[in-house]
Ligand binder design. Structure first.
Ligand SMILES: C[S@@+](CC[C@H](N)C(=O)[O-])C[C@H]1O[C@@H](n2cnc3c(N)ncnc32)[C@H](O)[C@@H]1O
Length: 221
C-alpha cells in the first residue's frame, strides 16, 4: 500500500504549479533536441528487442517524439497537463500520434500498469525532482513492480559533481531549490542504493550543456 508523506504534499503541489507555469510561459522549454540519455536508451531498448516504452516525467516530449521517430511505441506521462498538451500537438504535427500516447500522472502515486507487464521505462531528469527519500524509493520500487523480469529501466539525474549545484540553496532531506524549482543532486552512493534489487548495467557520468549528469541503466532480474 502506497502512502504519501504529508509533509511533502504542499511542496509537491507548488512544484506542479511551478512546472505547469514554466511550460505555459515557454513552450519547448527543454528544446526540441532529444537528450543524450534517450539516445543511449534507444540503443539499449533496441538491442534488447523492445519496441514499447513507458516514459515518466516526459515534459513536452522531446524524448518521446525521438523514440516514436525511431519506431518505438511510447506512453508518456508527466504531472504537467500543459506539457502533455504540447506533446500531443507536436506528435500530431509530426505524424507520430499513432505511436505516442500521453497521460497525466504524478509518480508519487502508484504507476497504473499491472505487475510485470512493461518492457522498458525511461525517465530523463525526473528522479532528481522534489521527492523525499521514501518517495524516491517507492518510485523506483514501482518501476521494478511494473517491469517484466528482464525489463529495462534507463534514467538520468543531476550529479553532485555539477558545479551548478553551488548556486542552489540547500533544503532539508537532501533537496535544494533554485528559481522556485526543487531538486536533488545524486551521488554514486544513492544510485547504488536505489539499484539494490536490480542488475546495474551502466552508471555513466556525462556532460550535457553546462550540467554534469549520471546516466543509469538497470535490468530487473
Ligand atoms: C527537468 S524536467 C525533464 C523533462 C523531460 N524528461 C525532458 O528531459 O525534456 C522534469 C519533469 O518532471 C516532471 N515532474 C516533476 N515531478 C513530477 C511528479 N511528481 N510526477 C510526474 N512528473 C513530475 C515535470 O513536470 C517536468 O516535466
Amino acid at each position: 500500500m502506497h502512502t504519501r508523506n504529508t509533509g511533502h504534499v504542499e511542496l509537491a503541489r507548488a512544484q506542479q504549479e511551478r512546472w505547469d507555469s514554466a511550460y505555459a510561459g515557454r513552450p519547448q522549454l527543454h528544446s526540441a533536441e532529444p537528450s543524450a540519455a534517450v539516445r543511449r536508451a534507444a540503443e539499449l531498448f533496441g538491442a534488447a528487442g523492445i519496441d514499447d516504452v513507458l516514459e515518466l516525467g516526459s515534459g513536452h516530449g522531446r524524448d518521446a517524439l525521438f523514440l516514436a521517430g525511431q519506431g518505438f511505441s511510447v506512453h508518456a506521462t508527466d504531472f504537467s497537463e500543459t506539457a502533455l498538451d504540447q506533446l500531443r500537438h507536436a506528435a500530431q504535427r509530426e505524424g507520430l500520434d499513432d505511436r505516442v500516447t500521453a497521460a497525466l500522472h504524478d509518480v508519487r502515486d502508484p504507476l497504473p500498469p499491472a505487475d510485470a507487464t512493461v518492457n522498458a521505462v525511461f525517465a530523463n531528469l525526473l528522479l532528481n525532482m522534489a521527492f523525499s527519500p521514501s518517495e524516491l524509493r517507492s518510485l523506483v520500487g514501482e518501476v521494478h513492480r511494473v517491469l517484466r523480469p528482464g525489463g529495462l529501466f534507463v534514467y538520468a539525474v543531476w550529479s553532485t559533481d555539477d558545479p551548478c549545484s553551488q548556486n542552489w540553496q540547500r533544503l532539508s532531506d537532501g533537496l535544494s531549490v533554485h528559481d522556485g524549482f526543487v531538486g536533488r543532486f545524486f551521488g554514486e552512493d544513492l544510485i547504488s542504493e536505489l539499484a539494490e534489487q536490480w542488475q546495474l548495467d551502466e552508471l555513466t557520468p556525462y556532460q550535457e550543456g553546462q550540467r554534469l549528469l549520471w546516466q543509469v541503466a538497470l535490468t530487473k532480474q
